[in-house]
Design a protein around this ligand. Structure first.
Ligand code: UTP
Length: 410
């Protein structure tokens, strides 16, 4: 049912957001109704959190969680790989590409996956990921269901691009798209911006809602029908990403864990990656900005740094456990970002620097909802080439160099 102006005014008064109706009278009736419906559908209860941001990041007691390291993996590689391949061949493993982000740091108007990292030839980020997944499809001689999360901002462009490129050789019957939810974006006082006279500024609500969004899109029916028991979630921006890696899948299964997390040894104690740990005795990830000096320098029983394995956004979740926690809330993260907005004259501004807050939940917080987790070490130079920026650290340039190092023609 459509929202009425009086209902909407009541809601806006409750949350102190009346400014979003500034141009209401200038809109035609269709635009007016669209705005009312958007306001009606927007969760404004979360916005107040930006007034007590410090309460959101409180952590419990942090203790080390040992990772399975390279020598142990090497010694058991054949057995783990056999177990993983068996799971893949029997259809128990699916993959979930998180591609709903805005990639604001890279600064391209297109979805990040459409970025061409090639130099002498076209080589798109999506293409790199499909190529990596195809390695496993060939090894297992079985297709793997690939679920692709997009957002309202990039869905059409993503779907069209992949179709135009024939899914880079992937079997289209095994590709499923779904959209994540959006959240309002505000200025530093928690007031929602407008991105058009009849439209609130919105941004994707973080990568933590991927499973509930999959469920809302009806895709759990596919998961159930196909007998998928494990979902390997991964980020769009790591072009060396190994997806549905049989050895990783097998190790997680054999260790009886409900989650596996690929990790790399940190470059330096203060490297800006989240590290695996236990929090109040349960698996968790502590973000680099939450890592105190004491934790940074702590040693484990062998005298090695105790918090030394950084996550690379590649997790293998047991579906049964995801279903168990799907209704549980994840903590809210308030992130400063560049948010396009209408200025006092009603002109659209695309800011050069962060100008407000986005409200997100993160996949890494799902780890704390799980009873057990296997941090699984991988070789950074072989599996971690994230593209966050155009140049410098974690950039197109650094990723290109790593692709070449791994024998990929660019
Ligand atoms: P990032 O944290 O790098 O965010 O996402 P981003 O939005 O892509 O980039 P910046 O910060 O604006 O530059 C890590 C992964 O999570 C996905 C991204 O697409 C990427 O694969 N993601 C992020 C989502 O799927 N949805 C979101 O709402 C946010």
């Amino acid at each position: 049912m459509s929202a009425t102006l009086s209902q909407v005014k009541e809601k806006l008064a409750k949350y102190g957001q009346e400014q979003v109706l500034k141009y209401y009278e200038e809109l035609n009736p269709r635009e007016q109704q669209e705005l009312l419906d958007q306001i009606d559908a927007t969760d404004m209860s979360i916005l107040d959190a930006c007034n007590h941001k410090e309460d959101l990041v409180k952590k419990g007691v942090i203790t080390p969680l040992a990772a399975m390291q390279l020598p142990e993996i090497e010694a058991n590689k054949a057995a783990f790989t056999a177990t993983g391949l068996n799971a893949i061949r029997t259809g128990k493993v699916g993959a979930v590409l998180l591609a709903g982000g805005m990639g604001t740091r890279l600064g391209s108007d297109n979805p990040k996956g459409m970025y061409n990292v090639g130099v002498n030839r076209e080589l798109y980020i999506f293409e790199c990921l499909v190529n990596n997944l195809m390695d496993v499809v060939k090894q297992a001689d079985a297709w793997i269901h690939l679920f692709v999360m997009t957002s309202d901002k990039n869905h059409e462009a993503t779907v069209n691009f992949l179709k135009e490129h024939d899914f880079f050789g992937y079997n289209a019957d095994y590709v499923h798209f779904f959209m994540q939810e959006m959240a309002a974006a505000t200025d530093y006082n928690g007031k929602i911006y407008l991105e058009g006279k009849g439209r609130l500024s919105t941004s994707p609500n973080g990568n933590g809602g991927w499973f509930i969004s999959m469920q809302r899109a009806g895709l759990l029916e596919v998961v159930e029908k196909e007998g998928i028991e494990w979902l390997n979630v991964f980020a769009v921006d790591n072009v060396l990403q190994r997806i549905a890696d049989p050895c990783f899948v097998g190790a997680t299964i054999e260790k009886n864990c409900v989650v596996g997390a690929k990790v790399v040894k940190k470059n330096a104690p203060d490297e800006k990656v989240g590290v695996m740990c236990l929090e109040d005795g349960r698996p968790s990830i502590v973000e680099y900005y939450e890592l105190t000096e004491e934790l940074m320098n702590a040693k484990d029983v062998n005298g090695d740094p105790a918090y030394y394995f950084g996550v690379i956004l590649n997790y293998l979740f047991k579906v049964q456990e995801l279903i168990r926690v799907v209704e549980k809330n994840l903590p809210l993260h308030i992130v400063e970002k560049k948010i396009p907005y209408l200025d006092e004259n009603g002109e659209l501004v695309k800011p050069e620097a962060p100008n407000g807050y986005k409200f997100e939940s993160l996949v890494l917080d799902m780890i704390h909802q799980m009873d057990s987790c296997l941090p699984f070490e991988v070789v950074r130079e072989k599996e971690f080439a994230p593209i966050k920026n155009k140049t410098g650290i974690d950039s197109v340039e650094s990723a290109r160099a790593l692709l070449v190092k791994n024998g990929v023609e660019v």
